[in-house]
Design a protein around this ligand. Structure first.
Ligand code: UDP
Length: 242
């Protein structure tokens, strides 16, 4: 991690606003054609890293771990080292797409179901007509299949959105990014489904009162199992030193 960060259960979260992150990504990575690995992390990811050493190692390769999840921000306040703001992964992705539109950057999308991806692709082309969408591939492929990274090597995208769910997307980026010549790689989870209009983001009022996660749970009740880690996360944070 290259920037000032705040550790939550040994995971270093970048302590910058979304706008600062986007600004730095443009100036330090995109303009310079350097590679960056961005993880958008919530309490579930922090807890997974405590049990899965391979995943913890994967996270150690990230250039930015952003606090996408109010639970992480609350944890930072409990530790009296408050993170400056929550950085919703969907908004970070939207800002990177706008930046790509503004500077006519090359974009590649990996992930989501084929029909969802097709819809997202047509929405991206309509909303960001100046970016160059140099390729895309749905997310239901064999991990040993290297067609996607071969295409990325050839097409040299500046921005690669990876929506394979956690931890697959982070592990895929860690494994494959070394073969790319340049590019900001970001794991975006369910954001392609939102881009496609397949899932909806919570109304702004829900976001303001920090209940976006609850809105998502109502849309996808099967996610409840993942949320049982939350109380455990807070207990571990309170028990942790520093
Ligand atoms: N996904 C995928 N391949 C997979 C698993 C998931 O492309 O092998 C896609 C899924 O279709 C969805 C996105 O990854 O578009 C996020 O999935 P999920 O909501 O499970 O991820 P999380 O919330 O854990 O990031």
């Amino acid at each position: 991690m290259k920037n000032e960060s705040i550790h939550i259960l040994n995971i270093p979260f970048v302590n910058q606003t979304k706008d600062e992150i986007v600004h730095d990504l443009y100036n330090q990575y995109l303009k310079e054609e350097k590679k960056a690995f961005i993880v958008t992390a919530n309490p579930e990811i922090v807890m997974r890293a405590r049990q899965d050493t391979d995943f913890l190692y994967t996270l150690s390769k990230a250039d930015y771990i952003v606090p996408d999840g109010i639970g992480v921000v609350i944890a930072s306040r409990l530790k009296k080292q408050p993170l400056i703001e929550r950085v919703p992964g969907f908004e970070l992705m939207e800002d990177l797409l706008s930046l790509s539109d503004e500077h006519r950057l090359r974009v590649y999308i990996v992930g989501a179901k084929p029909e969802v991806l097709d819809q997202a692709v047509s929405n991206v082309k309509r909303t960001y007509p100046n970016l160059l969408l140099v390729g895309y591939h749905h997310g239901y492929f064999d991990d040993h299949d290297d067609t996607i990274i071969q295409e990325i090597e050839t097409q040299e995208p500046d921005l690669v959105l990876v929506a394979l769910g956690c931890p697959r997307q982070e592990k895929w980026i860690k494994e494959n990014m070394p073969r790319a010549h340049k590019g900001v790689f970001i794991g975006v989870g369910g954001s392609i489904d939102i881009l496609a209009g397949h899932l909806k983001r919570a109304p702004v009022i829900w976001q303001k009162i920090h209940l976006e996660w609850f809105y998502r749970l109502l849309q996808q009740p099967s996610r409840w199992r993942r949320m049982v880690v939350l109380p455990q996360f807070i207990i571990q944070v309170l028990k942790s030193k520093g």
